[in-house]
Design a protein around this ligand. Structure first.
Ligand SMILES: Cc1cc2nc3c(=O)[nH]c(=O)nc-3n(C[C@H](O)[C@H](O)[C@H](O)COP(=O)(O)OP(=O)(O)OC[C@H]3O[C@@H](n4cnc5c(N)ncnc54)[C@H](O)[C@@H]3O)c2cc1C
Length: 400
């Protein structure tokens, strides 16, 4: 590759390292900058669905991913006394149901991608882009540390609150869409060793609390969610966010009091809106976005990781196919990915909110009855086909 070889990638989670992987394969020179001071482990459990598994297979990393996967057997809804009211195994709906066949912690997947790239890709931790000056022939990047470097292109893989997007496209409010709920998760000690089932409890009031296994038997992830209009809080004030959660779930039964107790000491508390990023264009001049930064579909869809992995594959492939010409490459990337991203985002509206955040006993009864009866229903195949939306893109071959 002779044109536009040097590419700065902002963000070292899923989309960033995956893009670095494919860019190297095609002969580019990526550099990854990550705001965290060191590689970030941890995070929540994510499902690898449909075509994203094909991307991982093309990377030759499926054995590593399966080796680190959680092996979750399914999900159950339990009542306040902990009794199972409805369950769905992971293999029901062809491995594409609420629990997918391959479930892995975000950090463990990121680790596989990081290990596969760090030998031949420069990673800079503890820094962030602060200014981008695109002069038509390249991008002069100023970092928060004060250093400056010039790159041919810049790719923003820095998540739903992307700094790259803010610098190159404008304020987040222009593109973000709150979907009416918040989510939170954190790691808890789980000395009694859990079964490999996700357990969810949905008290009324549009709330959900869950305990989800990890690949480590002595720990679990606590997951919370609740319906709410946009809240006014400080994104850097973790204690304020913990207080919001504690207030919302005060008085709820099941294991919730124990989870809330553990929350105050959790090493990795996360709290955020359940939202989407919708943009008409994912590129501006020499800067391009991918993953959550470009088209976050929200946690409700279970497709954000797929969009990140597939987007990295397509972006690198189209740039290479255009011989490094960023105008042609970015246009082809958007054309290939647009429909896939739109259908993934549409999935957030298809009943997942009532499924997870019921507001009435009728909702709960309907959901539990549907889960109990679905294995015996002829329309099981229709539901499975709808969930196959994860495959709404046919991967091209991009010779490297
Ligand atoms: C509770 C929950 C459950 C989910 N479940 C699923 C699921 O089941 N299936 C699924 O497919 N997806 C799921 N997702 C979504 C999935 O986690 C994301 O879609 C995916 O991680 C997107 O990857 P990304 O690399 O684009 O962004 P992110 O994973 O958000 O990574 C962004 C990276 O950029 C870094 N960064 C941020 N700002 C800067 C900066 N200024 N400079 C440098 N670096 C920066 C961050 O530290 C981070 O490392 C879930 C999300 C949540 C919150």
């Amino acid at each position: 590759m002779t044109t536009n070889r040097s590419i700065l990638i902002s963000g070292a989670s899923i989309a960033g390292p995956a893009l670095a992987f494919w860019l190297r394969r095609h002969g580019f020179d990526p550099v990854v900058v990550e705001r965290a001071p060191a590689f970030r482990d941890g995070g929540h459990a994510i499902d690898l669905r449909g075509v994203s598994r094909e991307v991982v297979a093309r990377m030759g990393l499926m054995a590593e991913v399966r080796g680190a996967s959680i092996g979750t057997r399914g999900m159950s809804f339990v009542d306040a006394g902990g009794r199972r009211r409805a369950s769905m195994s992971a293999d029901m709906l062809g491995g594409e149901g609420p629990v997918a066949e391959v479930e892995i912690l975000r950090g463990d997947l990121a680790r596989v991608l990081y290990d596969a790239t760090r030998g031949d890709t420069e990673y800079v931790f503890g820094d962030s882009v602060a200014a981008l000056a695109d002069d038509g022939g390249g991008v002069e990047v100023t970092f928060e540390s004060g250093s400056r470097r010039r790159f041919d292109l810049v790719a923003g893989a820095d998540g739903i609150h992307s700094t790259t997007r803010a610098l190159a496209f404008g304020a987040e409010e222009r593109f973000s869409r709150h979907l009416g709920s918040y989510t939170s998760f954190f790691t808890i000690p789980y000395p009694e060793r859990h079964e490999r089932w996700d357990r969810y409890h949905t008290p009324l009031g549009g709330r959900v609390a869950a305990i989800r296994p990890t690949a480590r038997p002595e720990e679990a992830k606590a997951l919370f969610g609740f319906r709410s209009p946009p809240l006014n809080y400080d994104r850097r004030d973790v204690d304020q966010q913990k207080k919001i959660l504690a207030d919302r779930f005060a008085g709820v039964g099941w294991e919730v009091p124990r989870l809330l107790d553990a929350m105050w000491d959790a090493p990795d508390f996360y709290f955020d809106t359940v939202g989407q990023i919708r943009m008409e264009r994912w590129s501006s001049g020499r800067t391009v976005l991918l993953g959550d930064a470009a088209c976050c579909p929200s946690a409700l869809t279970g497709l954000g990781t797929s969009l990140a992995l597939v987007g990295a594959y397509v972006l690198a492939g189209e740039l290479a196919a255009a011989d490094g010409d960023h105008r042609a490459g970015f246009t082809a990337y958007e054309r290939e990915m647009r429909q896939y991203a739109t259908s993934a985002q549409a999935r957030a509206g298809d009943g997942s909110t009532s499924f997870l955040f019921p507001t009435s006993n009728a909702h709960i009864w309907l959901r539990n009855t549907m889960m109990r009866t679905i294995p015996y229903m002829p329309w099981k195949k229709i539901v499975a086909r709808r969930l196959q939306q994860a495959d709404a893109i046919t991967l091209k071959d991009y010779p490297s």
